[in-house]
Design a protein around this ligand. Structure first.
Ligand code: ATP
Ligand code: MG
Length: 423
């Protein structure tokens, strides 16, 4: 038996040049993801669909091949840009000659029979959908649907046919090069393929919000890198076990190429340590925005992204967001601004981020006052910066000098180096 995976592109409404470019990008992402999973399988784009060919004999036997391919379907389903995927049984025209004048269709009937038996659920209804893409096939779609439905009714426990709202559908697709048979559509995350719409730099903290914000950008086709500000110069002993590192790694499983810049904010901390400013939180946000902005050309980012959510914590006010915006020329995107916490948690669960995000974040901001300002004025802030952070330029440079950069590719850590050693 041969297997294939059909991938249906998500945004079918897209037209023209973009569409071609997006499909090409999705094909590349699928190929790269497969490679990281250890499979160099052929991937072809035909019209709106992408076909992944599962080479026979990769596993020890057919059952192992099938299990492996089904697992791959689950992995691919997490890539943005996919409406649905299907694991299909592939019967090649060359081997079976279905387009001959009087074809032998036993193999198709046998296969559907087997699937129907395996997938039987009491009191559920079914339908058969035949698509005849090659009109040389001698039977009409409707007649063939009836013939297959009869096979199912006579050889399995299925009893109810429902053509409008079936619980289960068996698909038979007849094309010039072969017939595919499948019965399960796995729903993808939709959106656009990562890398098709731009590049952003996300400010990643230890909570639920910022990784979800990064994911929403990735789902809209943006490649994202991360910058995280740490309280200490000392990188954690086992860096791969660090909470932030694992968060970036999980996002990278679906968004592909991700760099994480771990940047100590020690110099900023030292400058404000002796002072008791209730503005320190907003000064810190402005500091983060400026350091991140400095990194943007290096990572070719077109915008910064934060997990800000209006009103979620006392300091997340429009005034404070404006003060952060005023500290940089860069565009700051806040995809979660209007989300309810419940929806953010749900998204984080879907992404497999919930468990890591709920772990306590040991490295939280020691310098931040208990009652941060809910209102801030740019002129007051600028004055404070002139007084207490007078050499801002050196502050940014010193801060970035000690950055540690980790590079992930589809969930695997592929490189780790210090920024100033530029490897
Ligand atoms: P999150 O749930 O993402 O941790 P939060 O609820 O803790 O956010 P804030 O602490 O107000 O909210 O942070 C707002 C945003 O500022 C975060 O979503 C993140 O984008 C950014 N941010 C905060 N702290 C850091 C940090 N240490 N390093 C990088 N970015 C940060
Ligand atoms: Mg939050």
């Amino acid at each position: 038996m041969q297997y294939r995976i059909i991938v249906q592109f998500a945004e079918l409404a897209l037209k023209g040049k973009n569409r071609h470019r997006f499909i090409k990008r999705l094909k590349k992402n699928i190929k790269d993801k497969l490679k990281m999973l250890g499979h160099e399988w052929p991937v072809k784009a035909i019209h709106d669909r992408i076909y992944v060919q599962v080479p026979a004999g990769e596993g020890a036997d057919e059952a192992i091949d099938e299990k492996m391919a089904r697992e791959v379907v689950q992995e691919l389903a997490r890539l943005p840009g996919i409406a649905w995927l299907s694991f299909v049984y592939w019967l090649s025209e060359q081997q079976f000659g279905f387009l001959n004048h009087q074809p032998d269709l036993t193999v198709i009937h046998d296969l559907v029979k087997r699937l129907a038996q395996e997938q039987y659920r009491p009191d559920h209804s079914f339908a058969v959908r035949v698509k005849r893409r090659d009109k040389n096939f001698s039977i009409s779609s409707q007649d063939f649907e009836q013939q297959i439905a009869t096979t199912i009714l006579q050889n399995s426990e299925w009893q109810k046919v429902n053509l409008t709202q079936p619980d289960q559908t068996f698909y038979v697709d007849i094309a010039s090069d072969g017939v595919s048979v499948h019965s399960e559509k796995v729903i993808g995350v939709g959106g656009l393929p990562v890398g098709s719409t731009g590049q952003v730099l996300t400010l990643l903290s230890g909570g639920f919000d910022s990784p979800v914000a990064a994911w929403l950008m990735a789902k809209r086709g943006c490649q994202t890198d991360f910058i995280h500000f740490t309280a200490s110069h000392q990188p954690p002993g086992d860096i791969e076990q660090d909470k932030i590192v694992r968060t970036a790694q999980i996002v990278s499983e679906s968004s592909g190429y991700v760099r994480l810049y771990m940047v100590p904010y020690t110099y900023f901390d030292m400058a404000l340590m002796e002072l008791d400013l209730d503005y320190d939180l907003i000064l810190f946000r402005r500091f983060m925005a400026r350091v991140a902005t400095r990194l943007m050309p290096d990572v070719e980012a077109q915008a910064l992204v934060t997990g800000d959510n209006l009103g979620q914590v006392a300091s997340q006010t429009l005034e404070n967001m404006e003060s952060m915006n005023n500290s940089t020329e860069a565009m700051i995107l806040r995809p979660l601004l209007t989300y309810n916490k419940h929806d953010i948690i749900e998204l984080s669960t879907d992404l497999g981020l919930f468990d890591v995000c709920r772990e306590p974040h040991k490295d939280c901001c020691a310098l931040i006052s208990k009652n941060p300002r809910t209102r801030s004025r740019s002129d007051v802030l600028e004055k404070m910066e002139q007084t207490h952070l007078s050499d801002y330029e050196s502050l940014i440079e010193d801060t970035l000098k000690d950055a540690l950069v980790l590079t992930f590719y589809f969930g695997q850590l592929v490189n780790k180096h210090e920024l100033h050693s530029k490897q």
